[in-house]
Design a protein around this ligand. Structure first.
Ligand SMILES: [Zn+2]
Length: 379
């Protein structure tokens, strides 16, 4: 098994698009400390080809997050209308259209480093959400609101910002390689320098490229040998930036947070249990999280969005749909995600008495009943 933690998980709100253009490799430049890009690349290639120790936090996290390999239980793609060309995905694709295959491999490792850094060392991160802290207020307000809205224990959940700053900090990267991947100190030090060297290029926005944090996810608590990581919601800068670029920043932070909070409802209520397998299982939990979000965003006791913002939050979920019908992290097609968000909206509109919030367990039972209809073939 190659050394990697896949982020396209049942727990993530997003699936990265894989579209990649094959372009000529750029000339190798030497950096100030004499580590050439070529040397740095060689080091990273070697690392990526090796196996990660089963006892490392990285391996534990990988077990915790759903696996991303293609499975034998693929859903029939010809049964569905599907496109991965949506405004926010197109924006992300355009931002990395100059990357080579090798750049893409590096970027995929970088985003694992950034994620592990956020998950394992949350205290090292500012509590500012968005690259400039521009979403801090809305994230904090929405989290407080969600805690009052749903009948689970919010006090155990930590909301953490995912910034990419660690990439240009060789010591920070070294710590991730040592503690998360189990790499010996000297080798980890060299890898830290290699990552900082490679990340500090124009094509990677000098370590600030939105791809590295184009993600959000929910994780249940994690027991490490020396400490315990609390249940977390991770909010990446990049995905918030992407939605700002396509004009949906008014609703995206609350929508994404409400979806991730829905996963914590699933953790606390044991709602991941299902007879479904592979992509069908993942699609079920993801669409359920979209429905939880749609209900909260619409409900008079929740965010209580008016019609124009309802339309916009539905776009947020539509644009995150994917066509990865064989992946164990399939989140549902754009149409299915739209329908899931609309289902939550409908339940909130029909709520009676109007101010009453449905218990989470009852909500999930209703969702199970409509799921077959929600995922019925539409091609
Ligand atoms: Zn999700």
């Amino acid at each position: 098994m190659k050394r990697s933690i896949r982020l396209r998980t049942a727990a993530t709100v997003l699936v990265m698009t894989a579209g990649l253009l094959a372009l000529p490799v750029q000339a190798q430049a030497a950096t100030a400390d004499g580590t050439s890009l070529a040397q740095a690349e060689t080091l990273l290639d070697k690392f990526q080809a090796e196996a990660v120790p089963a006892s490392s936090p990285a391996a534990q996290l990988q077990k915790r997050l759903a696996e991303d390999q293609d499975t034998a239980d693929a859903i029939d793609p010809s049964a569905y209308q599907c496109t991965t060309s949506t405004p926010v995905r197109d924006w992300l694709a355009a931002s990395r259209s100059d990357w080579t295959r090798s750049d893409q491999n590096d970027a995929d490792l970088f985003l694992q480093v950034v994620l592990l850094d956020s998950v394992l060392y949350p205290d090292a991160h500012s509590k500012q959400f968005g690259a400039q802290g521009e979403f801090t207020k809305v994230v904090n307000r929405t989290f407080g609101d969600l805690g009052r809205f749903w009948d689970i224990d919010a006090s155990r959940i930590d909301v953490v910002a995912m910034h990419p700053d660690v990439l240009l900090d060789p010591a920070g990267v070294q710590r991730v390689f040592q503690e998360a991947f189990g790499v010996p100190e000297e080798a980890a030090k060299k890898l830290g320098e290699a990552v900082a060297t490679i990340a500090d290029q124009d094509k990677f926005d000098h370590g600030q490229h939105p791809y590295f944090t184009f993600n959000a996810f929910a994780m249940d608590g994690l027991d490490l040998t020396d400490r315990t990581i609390p249940p977390e919601i991770i909010m990446g800068d990049g995905v918030l930036e992407g939605y700002k670029a396509v004009g949906l920043d008014d609703v995206a932070p609350a929508s994404i947070l409400a979806h991730e909070y829905g996963h914590h409802v699933q953790y606390q209520r044991d709602l991941f249990e299902t007879d479904l397998t592979g992509p069908e299982a993942s699609r079920r939990t993801e669409l359920m999280a979209d429905s939880f979000a749609g209900y909260y965003l619409t409900h008079v006791r929740g965010a209580h969005y008016k019609w124009d913002r309802v339309r916009d939050f539905q776009k947020v979920f539509f644009q995150l749909g994917d066509c990865s019908f064989a992946a164990a992290s399939h989140h549902g097609t754009p149409n299915q995600r739209l329908h899931a968000a609309q289902y939550g909206f409908t339940l909130a509109e029909l709520a009676f008495p109007r101010g009453q919030v449905m218990p989470t367990v009852e909500f999930a039972a209703k969702f199970e009943k409509v799921l077959p209809q929600m995922v019925a073939p539409d091609a």
